[in-house]
Design a protein around this ligand. Structure first.
Ligand code: NAD
Length: 427
C-alpha cells in the first residue's frame, strides 16, 4: 500500500518508519522543513530506540518525507498524527490538527476512488463529528469518496518501535466494512491470532484511548496515595504493593509508587477528558483527585529534602530530566516542578540527564548542567532522583563527593548505602 502520514513527531515518525518496515510505501508529510530534511537524510528527528536503524534502511527508498500534501491523493490511506496539546483549561488544542485535516481534505477534493483518512492523534470523542470530520469534509468539498476513521495509538515513548510492532491490541474505529478492511491491510504484518482487534465506531475508539490512559494514570496516583500513607506510617510501600499485585484482579503492573506520571500523554489526556466531561456538566471527581495526587509528589520530594537541608543558597543536584528513561522528552516531566520549587526556595540547581539536557536547557537556561551524574553530585548539599535511568543505580562512591550526602529518591533506583542520608519517597 501507499500510505501518507501527516505529522512527523514522536508518533508520526515512528509509524511512518514502521509502516515502511511492514513493506508499505510511505510518504511522511510535515510543515517543518528541518524535520523533513532530517528524515530524508535517514535520521530520526527524535530519540527513540531502533528508529534510526529503520530510517537508515528505508529513507530514500520506501520512505520519503516532504512538506507538500501532493502525495495524499496518490496514496491509499492517510494517517493524521498531529500534536493535540493542552489549552490552559486542560482541554485539547485542535488548531494544528484541524489545519492538517482541512489540508488533507483539500488534497483529496478531486479524488474519485475511496480514500480513508485515519485520525491517529488522541482526540476527545465529540471533537470527531463536531470539528475534525467537518474540517476534512469542508476541505474536500464534501467529496463522498473520503471516509474518516480513528485508530488510537498506544505506543510508549522509549519503546515506541517495539510497542508499535508488537501491539497489545489494535483499535479500528470505522464507519464501514471497507474502511475496516483497509486498516486490516495496513496492519496485516502485525495481525496474528494473538493480537486482538477491537472493531468499533470512531468515537468509541477515541474514548478507548482516554479510558486507557485515565485508568493507568489513576492507578499510579492510587498507588502513590497509598505509598504516601505507607511512608507516614514508616512502612515500605513496595513491600505492600508487591503483595497486592499477587491478586489477579489488581495485577503486578503499574504498582511502583514514586514521583508521579508525566510525559506528553498522561497529563494531557487526563486533563482533556476531565475538561470534556465538564463540558457535559459531569464532574469527574476521581480523575481530578488523580491529577491532584500527581501534583503532590514533587512537593513531597522537596519537603523530604527540606527536613535535612536548608535550601536557601544550597547546591542541589537533580538527577534525571526526561519524564522517563530512554527518551529525551521532557514534556510534563516531574523534574520541571521539582526544579521550579528548588529555585523558588533559593537553591542553586545543577541538573544531569544522559540525553535530555538540551531540551531542559530550553526550559531552564539559567541553571547549571553537569556532563555526568558524578559531576552533578560533586559539592552538592543534596540530590533528588527524579528519573530512573539505569546508570543512577550504579552510583556509589560518587555520593562521597557531596558536601552533605542527602539523597531523596523519587524512583527507588538508588541503593541505600553507608555514609549517605537516604530517603525514599514512599518507602
Ligand atoms: P509531536 O508534537 O511530536 O508531532 C507533531 C508533528 O506535527 C510536528 O512535527 C509538527 O511539525 C507537525 N505538524 C503540525 N502541524 C502540521 C500540519 N498542518 N501539517 C503537517 N505537519 C504538521 O506530537 P506527537 O507526540 O507525535 O503526538 C501526536 C498525537 O499522538 C497527539 O495527539 C498525541 O496525544 C498522540 N499520542 C502521542 C503518543 C506519544 O507517546 N508521544 C502516544 C500515543 C498517542
Amino acid at each position: 500500500m501507499h500510505i501518507t502520514v501527516i505529522g512527523s513527531g514522536y508518533v508520526g515518525t515512528t509509524i511512518a518508519a514502521c509502516f515502511a518496515e511492514f513493506g508499505h510505501e510511505v510518504t511522511a508529510i510535515d510543515i517543518d522543513e528541518e524535520i523533513v530534511a532530517t528524515l530524508n537524510d535517514g535520521q530520526a528527528p527524535i530519540t527513540e530506540p531502533g528508529l534510526d536503524d529503520l530510517l537508515e534502511t528505508h529513507a530514500g527508498d520506501r520512505l520519503t518525507a516532504t512538506t507538500s500534501y501532493d502525495a495524499v491523493p496518490e496514496s491509499d490511506v492517510t494517517f493524521l498524527a498531529i500534536g493535540t496539546p493542552s489549552n490552559d483549561d486542560g482541554s485539547i488544542d485542535l488548531g494544528a490538527l484541524e489545519a492538517a485535516a482541512e489540508a488533507t481534505g483539500e488534497a483529496l477534493r478531486e479524488k474519485s476512488e475511496r480514500h480513508l483518512v485515519v485520525i491517529k492523534s488522541t482526540v476527545t470523542p465529540p471533537s470527531i463529528p463536531e470539528q475534525l470530520e467537518p474540517a476534512i469534509r469542508n476541505g474536500a468539498d464534501d467529496n463522498d469518496a473520503v471516509e474518516v476513521g480513528m485508530n488510537p495509538e498506544f505506543l510508549r515513548e522509549g519503546s515506541a518501535v517495539i510497542d508499535f510492532q508488537n501491539p497489545d491490541k489494535l483499535v479500528f474505529g470505522t464507519n464501514s466494512e471497507w474502511a475496516s478492511n483497509r486498516l486490516h491491510e495496513v496492519f496485516e504484518p502485525v495481525l496474528d491470532a494473538e493480537t486482538p482487534v477491537v472493531e468499533t465506531d470512531p468515537q468509541t475508539a477515541a474514548m478507548i484511548k482516554y479510558a486507557n490512559n485515565a485508568f493507568l494514570a489513576s492507578k499510579i496516583s492510587l498507588v502513590n496515595d497509598l505509598g504516601n500513607i505507607c511512608k507516614e506510617f514508616g512502612l515500605n510501600a513496595y513491600e505492600v504493593m508487591e503483595a497486592i499485585g499477587l491478586d489477579d484482579r489488581i495485577s503486578e503492573q503499574f504498582l511502583r509508587s514514586g514521583a508521579g506520571w508525566g510525559g506528553s500523554c498522561f497529563p494531557k489526556d487526563v486533563n482533556a477528558i476531565i475538561a470534556a466531561a465538564r463540558e457535559e456538566d459531569y464532574d469527574p471527581a476521581l480523575l481530578e483527585a488523580a491529577v491532584e495526587i500527581n501534583d503532590r509528589q514533587p512537593r513531597r520530594m522537596i519537603n523530604l529534602l527540606k527536613n535535612h537541608v536548608d535550601l536557601q543558597s544550597a547546591r542541589i543536584a537533580v538527577l534525571g530530566l526526561s519524564f522517563k528513561p530512554q527518551t529525551d522528552d521532557i514534556r510534563n516531566s516531574r523534574a520541571i516542578p521539582v526544579i521550579e520549587s528548588l529555585l523558588s526556595h533559593g537553591a542553586d540547581v545543577v541538573a544531569y540527564d544522559p540525553i535530555a539536557i538540551d531540551n531542559m536547557a530550553e526550559r531552564f537556561p539559567d541553571i547549571d548542567y553537569a556532563q555526568t551524574a558524578a559531576e552533578s553530585l560533586r559539592g552538592a548539599d543534596g540530590t533528588l532522583v527524579v528519573t530512573d535511568w539505569d546508570e543512577f543505580s550504579d552510583l556509589d562512591t560518587e555520593f562521597d563527593e557531596m558536601t552533605t550526602p542527602v539523597v531523596i529518591d523519587g524512583r527507588r533506583c538508588i541503593e541505600h548505602r553507608e555514609g549517605i542520608v537516604y530517603q525514599g519517597l514512599t518507602w
